[in-house]
Ligand binder design. Structure first.
Ligand code: SF4
Length: 494
């Protein structure tokens, strides 16, 4: 039986420059992992990466119609106002290939499964959380032409029961949620993810990702990453040897020399977490691999000794979860870090010539003007506002509140969902001055980002990069303008 795994188109709108917050990097290999697990269970599977191919929704439908398959898994990504387009595409698909089982997987459907199944009854099922064990069981059930009753036995699956109820003359969907699927306890047992279209990925400037761990030991109120893996989850790491073997395979067979770790948090907790990272670095150096790599991590995991070893093994890029320059905001986020930890981590990385990329939330629903001021002074003091693309992002980022986070539950418990899917919580700021200021800064920064993208030299820069040359005078002026505008406007509100 043929199975399709689809990465659907992800059209971007100028208003959604921050779309990165919606697609946790750790999900980028989800389709590859499902494919390799299916293959190891002797299923015939084809990955269709419509997003990578640059197809429209219509083109995707045309291409899918040429294929024969009984099960399609769709890695569903929330696209704000364009989300409906994905469902139109799926409805078209349902009409053209009526007997196909449509399954959704990923972060968005895991948290919004109830609303998705109820609103789009032509979707047959949703894989909740980690998919590697659930999806092959679904494939077996579909392959053997089992009826819906077989779906009740698959842990980690939600689906629409055929026993829908009629209430007040309207057919009401009956969404069933099976027992939760336990997260994979030994990640080394999973086959390495399937990698397709390697040359095209390189052509598009997309990194080669490695997922060396899952989950996070942090408990930030704005993050749903850990909840995705279920209540029993904690940070789980692959062994350094297993990670090294995957890197070595790609290094030897595809000639790749740059890797980016898609882990939400590259370091496991405490001393053991750092030792594991150093052991991986040791393997890379001992075997003489000439590579560079990037990681994402919390500030409290940055120490001189560990970073020194990782740099010798090829560490080049770090995305640092700084989040705020205000201690009160860090406490509200339950970040369990200090502003001083942020500064210290940045300084250590800079000593090794690494200028990190930053996770930073300038505005959150309870922000006060004093906290916004603390954020701004921190960004200036830590010299984080050097390049206009980065400056525009850091100055306007507003917290996004998605289902699955502590903040969502806090704001929405008992409340009716604000939209059909209720996946994102719309909010008003507690302080109306902060709201007005945030709106003004948001408009200014988005316009700056638009202007910058129109002035970019596309020939020389990576797609999707937000780094602009600091040395040309246009960039310098734009950077100064952004900082000055923020300063002046904040002062007027204060
Ligand atoms: S440190 Fe916080 S934001 Fe980062 S992955 Fe962990 S819980 Fe999420």
């Amino acid at each position: 039986m043929s199975i399709i795994l689809l990465e659907h188109p992800r059209p971007r709108t100028p208003e959604r420059y921050e779309s990165v917050v919606n697609t946790p990097l750790s999900s980028c290999l989800m389709t590859g992992y499902i494919a390799s697990t299916l293959k190891s269970n002797h299923h015939d599977v084809d990955i269709v990466d419509a997003n990578l191919y640059g197809w429209s929704f219509n083109e995707t439908i045309q291409e899918l119609r040429k294929k024969s398959f009984k099960l399609i898994g769709v890695h569903l990504v929330y696209l704000w106002e364009n989300t409906e387009d994905v469902f139109e595409m799926l409805l078209n698909l349902r009409r053209s290939v009526p007997g196909t089982h449509i399954n959704l997987y990923g972060h968005f459907p895991t948290f919004a499964f109830r609303e998705l199944l109820a609103n789009y009854p032509y979707v047959d099922s949703v894989t909740i959380g980690e998919p590697e064990a659930t999806f092959p069981e679904l494939a077996e059930a579909v392959k053997n032409n089992k009826d819906t009753s077989a779906l009740y036995t698959i842990d980690g699956l939600a689906f629409n029961s055929t026993n829908s109820k009629i209430e007040e003359g309207v057919l009401k969907p009956n969404v069933i949620l099976n027992k939760p699927r336990k997260p994979v306890s030994n990640l080394d047992k999973l086959p390495f993810p399937s990698r397709c279209d390697f040359d095209l990925l390189k052509e598009r400037g997309i990194s080669t990702y490695i997922l060396a761990s899952r989950g996070c030991y942090g408990k930030c109120t704005f993050c749903y990453l850990d909840n995705f893996y279920g209540e029993e989850s904690s940070w789980r790491g692959r062994s350094p040897e297993n990670v090294f073997n995957e890197i070595f395979d790609i290094y030897e067979n595809l000639g790749e020399r740059y890797f980016y770790f898609a882990d939400a948090n590259f370091f496991g907790p405490g001393k053991n977490g750092k030792e594991r990272a150093c052991k991986l670095a040791g393997l890379i150096m001992d075997k003489g691999l000439n590579i560079k790599f990037g990681i994402e991590c919390r500030v409290n995991d940055i120490d001189d000794k560990t970073i020194g070893i990782l740099v010798r093994a090829g560490l080049k890029d770090v995305f640092l979860g700084v989040e705020s320059g205000s201690q009160r905001s860090l406490n509200k986020f339950r970040k369990f870090t200090k502003v001083e930890d942020n500064k210290k981590a940045i300084n250590i990385l800079r000593r090794y010539d690494i200028e990190p990329n930053y996770g930073f939330i300038m505005f959150e629903p309870d922000s006060t003007l004093a906290e916004v001021r603390e954020n701004f002074e921190f960004l200036k003091e830590a010299k984080m506002l050097n390049s206009p693309g980065i400056t525009a992002h850091l100055l306007h980022h507003k917290q996004t509140i998605f289902k699955g986070t502590f903040d969502y539950e806090k704001r929405n418990s008992g409340a009716k969902p604000a939209s059909k899917l209720g996946y994102e919580s719309a909010y008003e700021f507690k302080d109306k001055a902060v709201e007005a200021f945030s709106e003004e800064i948001n408009a200014f920064c988005l316009q700056a980002l638009k202007d910058l993208s129109m002035n970019r030299d596309f020939e020389k820069e990576e797609r999707d990069s937000c780094v602009y040359g600091e040395n040309n005078s246009y960039s310098r002026q734009m950077n100064e303008k952004l900082i000055e505008h923020f300063e002046r406007t904040l002062y007027s509100y204060e």
